[in-house]
Write a protein that binds this ligand. Structure first.
Ligand code: ATP
Length: 984
């Protein structure tokens, strides 16, 4: 309770300043202190408080983290190795080399720092694409606002799946909340307005809610007591500090490789020592060359370049509507082999429209809409009941499309149902439960309460015992059930989403049952409504692309199998055959049989699935070694989203809980975006391989000249100075490497099978190309340029070239040609590395503007080093004449051309194994009848069998074989004996 006197509670200004308030004081007192009411604040007051309290965001503590981040760039093992080299250079009497190495360290640290900052920003910026929303009452009306605009005194409306964005005290209702973000406890806890705790740990108080937690069930209203840094989340300093970015498997792999190469570089440096001494170098010169070689070959810039490429991938994905939460998701996406997608909203537009209804009088098409006059009464009653059994508020932007369609239908048929009045008449609500696929409301109609139920037809039929026929209720006969089942089948086969509607009129004065099971029994079937939800236009193309890319697409839906099969057929899913497996069948499948089913390569339509089934499917696929992307939107989908390699949540229609659990959030809820994301993932991974080839290639033309010098016993002078080697590291390589990270996708990117899981990013094939082909050609060219320049000046092997000799200028020019040769060869290598297989013409020779700019920078840097007199002194270069320049000019063309030829040969020898590209299957007029096995386990037939139908009767009513009918009955007995949810 508040302590009178400790705070002047009645002085709002004082309270505003201190922000202090006891959220556990009496509710009236709390509302008074917050100057609010259960109807919420007015808009104007909310705006005023926003300026007083500031936005509801966490300001980052320890904002100045960059000094530590920058320091880290100087202290990682490779940087320390370089520092050791600098110290060695200094003590061995080569101060210029030491300074140059320090310059390399500093430059690389700055670059790495800038790149990592960019990467972090890319991930952080994603939050702006999908601002957190909260539902509040303002002026007594529900409104969605951005969570940053919440202020103390606001009344939050909390629903299942929603995030809680401020600290609040429950005013009404009860909710289950996941407090794990605050307490680490993953079991949800129950919080209720009726459970008042006035002392003890604040986080355990049973009527308080906290920012950063999520509601996993129930509903309630709560008044905001604290926002921003004044929330418990804000107070827990550790939580408000950014946690360190997790390293992706790719980065870890490359780090290991970089360290291995550093060890090799040290080995090469050490090996050079005796060789250099034997070739006549002084100890000091040999040591400095050893150090130079080491520094040149340590790939210290590789890791930050990869991080930045992944960050560029994240940005690119965000632009396409896919927000990923971790850099590592970019690489995982590229290896996706299976996508499990739901149907509604992802494959379809999620714009429902009722196009037909069925009542005991028969089916009636509503497309085009009929005149309300002369409409059969049964249809009007059906439409009215369906619209009453909703909780949508389309006018406030809260509407499940299914329910909107039902409200629209009632409007269209002249029996409108206004949400405001509907809610006033509501006596009880049993929300839509995706497990039982039913929703029921209790509504006051005149003096009685009527229970309205709608949901999956087979579920409604289980609970229905009567039928409304010509305005009168009568028992539902087996013949009626057959008629209903056949009507549902016919509608579902057209790809329509079918809902049955039923009611039960309670005796006058009777209150709605407390237990859901008591509400959903003895129902009177009114009929069924069928709604169309057209497939998204772009999905068929995306499915075709996924198939070409070797990706299997399974549909996992809560909807009817026939409906799902029809929609799947329309978008091209099931080109290699598909089968429908219902939730009931899945439940009866052993793990081994499920594995066999999934291993067949067919695309499966898992219909009427429960959220648990999603988890089982994801686990089975992963156990098979597949890389699985799985979509989901509900609270119960969270475990499956976490279990899949890439959990995909819906940004528009999904719950906060699903978004929290997912790795990727689609801002447009569109299946095509998943495929686009896979493509972006593949491209990013390819690009990383491209610049690895590029960065690795220059080691050979740097090392070979030293080998030649050493093997010639000094008869051929050193073709490069140590400082020249460092110059390659310092200025000419970085930008083109970054530019290769921005390369566009190579043709055929989506025509090859997914990258096997666990395949290493650096492959022997790449090393062979970088070192054995591109590097070797470059080394030959560089040596040829060097020897040609020396030879032209009249040099013969063994002639002295040291300072003061006649050939010294020619020697300096020759080393300059060799150095420039490396720079030019790297230009050719950069162009070659742009594609792995395709010809450069097919991607556009000048298509990468970043690369052209990077090369421009390299050339300018080279010109400065060659022609600026004071740099000539440092790097041992000399100005070149046109004839000498002409030697190196063709180098890029030779290197690139050679690789172009090699790729052409590879293409000739191994034509691309393009998977057959199936054309999208045109929409079948009627979905194929499921195979015997599916029919046998389909809930409707099973239901009929459980209601005592004989095999003979099933055979006739459903048109199935004798064998199938026998299986249905056998299965029904098994279900009744063991697994039946509803019992026999
Ligand atoms: P998907 O998983 O592909 O998005 P879905 O949206 O059809 O499929 P659910 O929302 O779980 O899956 O719906 C499953 C079934 O439950 C529907 O086919 C329908 O029969 C029934 N249903 C859906 N929404 C409601 C609702 N608001 N009220 C009553 N029944 C509903």
């Amino acid at each position: 309770m508040s302590t009178p006197g400790a705070l002047r509670q009645d002085d709002p200004a004082e309270r505003d300043r201190t922000g202090a308030l006891d959220p556990r004081e009496g509710i009236e007192l709390l509302l008074r202190d917050l100057r609010t009411s259960p109807r919420g604040l007015t808009e104007r007051e909310a705006a005023r408080r926003l300026t007083v309290h500031g936005p509801n965001t966490l300001t980052r503590r320890g904002g100045r983290r960059w000094p530590r981040e920058l320091a880290r760039q100087f202290t990682h093992p490779l940087a320390l190795l370089l520092a050791l080299a600098a110290v060695l250079a200094a003590v061995s009497g080569a101060p210029a080399l030491a300074v140059a190495i320090v310059a390399v360290i500093v430059l690389n640290a700055m670059l790495a720092f800038a790149q990592e900052q960019q990467a972090e920003k890319a991930v952080e910026a994603l939050a702006e694409f999908l601002p957190e929303q909260a539902t509040v009452l303002r002026d007594g009306v529900r409104r969605d606002v951005e969570a940053v605009a919440l202020v103390p005194g606001d009344v939050l409306v909390i629903e299942e799946g929603g995030g809680i964005s401020a600290d609040a005290r429950l005013l009404s209702g009860g909710v289950e909340v996941d407090l794990s973000a605050l307490t680490g406890e993953s079991e949800p806890v129950f919080r209720s307005a009726d459970l008042v705790d006035t002392d003890g740990d604040l986080l355990q108080a049973r009527d308080l809610l906290f920012s950063g937690t999520v509601c996993t069930g129930g509903q309630g209203e709560a008044t905001v007591t604290a926002t921003g840094m004044r929330t418990e989340l804000g107070r827990i300093a550790a939580l408000s500090q950014r946690t360190r970015r997790e390293e992706s498997p790719l980065e870890a792999q490359v780090k290991r490789a970089a360290r291995l190469i550093a060890v090799i570089a040290v080995g090469v440096g050490l090996a050079f020592l005796p060789l250099g001494l034997a070739a006549g170098l002084s100890v000091a010169a040999a040591v400095s060359f050893a150090i130079g070689l080491l520094v040149a070959n340590v790939p210290e810039g590789l890791l930050p370049t990869i991080t930045l490429a992944l960050a560029a991938g994240v940005r690119d994905l965000a632009r396409r509507g896919a927000l990923v939460k971790r850099l590592s998701a970019v690489e995982t996406l590229g290896s996706t082999t299976v996508v499990c997608t739901d149907k509604t909203g992802t494959l379809t537009e999620n714009r429902m429209r009722v196009t037909a209804v069925w009542t005991p009088d028969g089916e009636m098409a509503l497309d085009p809409p009929p005149e309300p006059t002369g409409l059969p009464e049964a249809v009007r009653v059906l439409a009215r009941a369906a619209a009453t059994c909703t909780s949508a508020h389309p006018e406030a932007g809260h509407a499940d499309p299914t329910e909107s369609a039902l409200l629209d239908l009632a409007d269209l048929l002249g029996t409108p149902c206004r949400p405001g009045q509907r809610d006033l008449d509501r006596r009880a609500l049993y929300r839509f439960d995706p497990r039982i696929k039913l929703m029921t409301t209790a509504d006051a109609v005149d003096d009685t309460v009527v229970l309205h139920t709608k949901g999956a037809p087979e579920e409604v039929l289980v609970h229905a015992g009567r039928l409304l026929d010509r305005g009168r209720e009568r028992p539902l006969t087996p013949a009626d059930r057959t008629a209903a089942v056949q009507a549902v089948g016919a509608l579902a086969a057209r790809g329509l989403r079918v809902l049955a509607v039923a009611r039960r009129v309670l005796p006058p004065g009777r209150l709605p049952p407390v237990r859901r099971e008591d509400a959903e029994r003895d129902l009177c079937l009114l009929g069924v409504v069928a709604m169309a939800d057209p497939p998204r236009a772009e999905v068929a193309h995306a499915i075709g692309l996924a198939h070409r890319a070797g990706i299997t697409v399974h549909v996992v839906t809560g909807d009817n199998g026939m409906t799902a099969a029809a929609v799947a057929g329309q978008v091209g899913i099931g080109h290699r055959g598909s089968r429908i497996v219902t939730g009931t069948e899945l439940a009866s499948l052993s793990d081994e049989r499920l594995d066999t089913l999934l291993a067949r390569g067919e695309e499966v339509i898992f219909a009427r699935t429960s959220p648990e089934a999603k988890l089982r499917i994801a686990d089975a696929l992963r156990a098979e070694g597949q890389t699985v992307a799985m979509t989901g939107d509900g609270v119960n989908d969270a475990p499956a989203l976490r279990s899949a390699d890439i959990g995909v949540a819906m940004g528009r229609s999904g719950t906060d809980v699903a978004r929290e659990a997912a790795t990727m959030v689609l801002t447009d809820d569109n299946f095509a975006t998943i495929v686009a994301a896979v493509e972006a993932g593949r491209r990013t991974y390819d690009n990383i391989r491209k610049f690895i080839v590029y960065i690795f290639a220059h080691a050979v033309p740097e090392v070979v000249p030293f080998l030649v010098f050493a093997l010639a016993g000094g008869a051929i002078p050193l073709p490069l100075t140590v400082m020249q080697i460092l110059a390659v590291d310092l200025g000419t390589d970085t930008l083109p490497a970054l530019a290769l990270g921005r390369e566009r996708g190579e043709p055929g990117l989506m025509d090859r099978p997914p990258r096997p899981r666990g395949e290493k990013v650096i492959q022997a094939r790449m090393l062979a190309r970088a070192w054995g082909f591109l590097g070797l050609i470059s080394a030959c060219l560089v040596m040829a340029g060097f020897l040609l320049t020396l030879g032209a000046a009249g040099w013969h092997p063994g002639d002295p070239t040291g300072p003061g000799t006649a050939l010294h200028l020619a020697y300096r020019q020759a080393t300059t040609v060799a150095w420039l040769g490396i720079v030019f060869c790297q230009i050719g290598t950069a162009f070659a590395a742009r594609t792995d297989r395709a010809s450069l013409w097919s991607v556009g020779v000048l298509g990468n503007r970043h690369l052209l700019a990077g090369i421009g920078f390299s050339l300018a840097f080279a010109a400065v080093i060659v022609y600026l007199p004071w740099l000539q002194g440092i790097f041992g270069t000399a100005s070149l004449g046109p004839a000498q320049l002409a030697v190196v000019l063709p180098f890029p063309i030779v290197v690139w051309g050679a690789d172009e030829l090699r790729r052409a040969l590879v293409r000739r020898r191994h034509p691309a194994a393009v998977p057959e590209a199936p054309a999208p299957v045109p929409a079948p007029a009627v979905a194929p009848r499921p195979a015997v096995e599916e029919t046998a386990h389909h809930p409707l037939p099973v239901l009929l069998a459980r209601h005592g139908w004989s095999e003979h009767r099933l055979q006739h009513a459903l048109g199935v074989s004798e064998h199938a009918a026998a299986e249905i009955v056998a299965h029904a007995r098994r279900v009744a004996a063991g697994h039946g949810r509803h019992g026999p």
